[in-house]
Each structure stands twice: as structure tokens, then as C-alpha cells.
Design a protein around this ligand. Structure first.
Ligand code: ADP
Length: 165
């Protein structure tokens, strides 16, 4: 039987992308034929970068990884996945709080759209890295340079200066 081509999406808000997200991308891409990093809006989170800016921050970081692309989307994740022909959602897990939330999300997505979710465990050095915390720490003047790529750090510093002007 011919092997099926498997396209996966890795949805998230990526505001901004962190070393933890990159770790998930690098682990995840080995599991599929193609991976699309899908940047979406989270209505519950304050946004620092626009969807276009988040995509532009991610592009150079994945340029060297085969079979990974990035796009933004503005609809339900399961609708977006279907529209690009993806049959799997990739998500990362950091801790038991993530498990609880992600379990519910994955069950709901399977119930409403029949789509499976595949999880990868975070690299242990990234277990505490979250975009939300990075935004908060940076906003209060903390140094987050070892949690995000250098190019993202530069853009973040610039954005906070503009925002607090
Ligand atoms: P955050 O929770 O950082 O605001 P996102 O909404 O962008 O992030 O998260 C997208 C996905 O990436 C989620 O499945 C989330 O659990 C996962 N993720 C985020 N940070 C990490 C990390 N440091 N290690 C593993 N997975 C992560």
C-alpha cells in the first residue's frame, strides 16, 4: 500500500515565537511529511505583534528547516486545517496544566471535525517558556534574551519602546 502523505498544522498565537515553539517545530517536523506553522489570534490574550508581524518573525527562523512553512489564519483552527488539507494538529506540552487544557481541546476538535492531535513533550530546558510570560517579563524590563531567538528579542525591545512611548 502506498504511504499516505501527512500534512500537519501547528497552530498557536506565537506572540512572539519562543525557543520552546521552535523546539516543538523541530521535533514535530520529523513526524510528518509537511508542517505548517499556523499563526492565529487568541481572543483571550492581549496582542503585542500583528498576525503579519508574527509570520514575518517566524519566516527566517524556519527557512533552514525542510518541509516547514508558516501562514496566518483567521477562522476556527479545524476549519483552517481542513482548508489546507491537513489531517493532524500538532501541539506541545509543557506541564500538567497544558495536558488538562490540551486534552479538552483535542477531544473537542476530534468530536467536531474528526481531526487527530499529536503532542510532543517540550525540551526540558523550555518547560517554563511561554509567550504570555515573556510579554509580561519584557514589559516590566526583564531580560528574556535566552528564551527567544535574538531576532525576536530585538523586535520585542523595539515594540515595547514604541508601546510605552
Ligand atoms: P503560549 O502558550 O506560549 O502563549 P501558543 O498559544 O503560541 O503559546 O502555543 C502554541 C502551542 O505551543 C501550544 O500547544 C503550547 O502548549 C505549545 N508551547 C508553547 N510554548 C511551549 C514550550 N516552551 N514547550 C512546548 N510547547 C510549547
Amino acid at each position: 500500500m502506498a504511504k499516505k502523505f501527512v500534512r500537519a498544522v501547528f497552530p498557536g498565537s506565537f506572540d512572539p515565537i519562543t525557543n520552546g515553539h521552535l523546539d516543538v517545530i523541530k521535533r514535530g517536523v520529523n513526524l510528518f511529511d509537511e508542517l505548517i506553522v499556523a499563526v492565529g489570534n487568541s481572543p483571550l490574550k492581549d496582542q503585542l505583534f500583528s498576525l503579519d508581524e508574527r509570520v514575518d518573525l517566524i519566516k527566517p527562523l524556519i527557512a533552514g528547516i525542510d518541509n516547514v512553512t508558516v501562514q496566518w489564519y483567521d477562522c476556527l483552527t479545524v476549519e483552517y486545517a481542513a482548508s489546507v488539507g491537513a489531517t493532524v494538529i500538532l501541539r506541545g506540552l509543557r506541564n500538567l496544566t497544558d495536558v488538562q487544557y490540551e486534552f479538552q481541546l483535542a477531544m473537542t476538535n476530534r468530536a467536531v471535525a474528526g481531526i487527530e492531535t499529536v503532542f510532543v513533550m517540550t525540551g526540558e530546558q523550555y518547560g517554563f517558556t511561554s509567550s504570555t510570560l515573556i510579554r509580561e517579563i519584557a514589559n516590566l524590563g526583564g531580560n528574556v534574551s535566552n528564551l527567544i531567538p535574538q531576532s525576536v528579542y530585538e523586535k520585542l525591545k523595539q515594540r515595547l519602546i514604541e508601546k510605552n512611548r
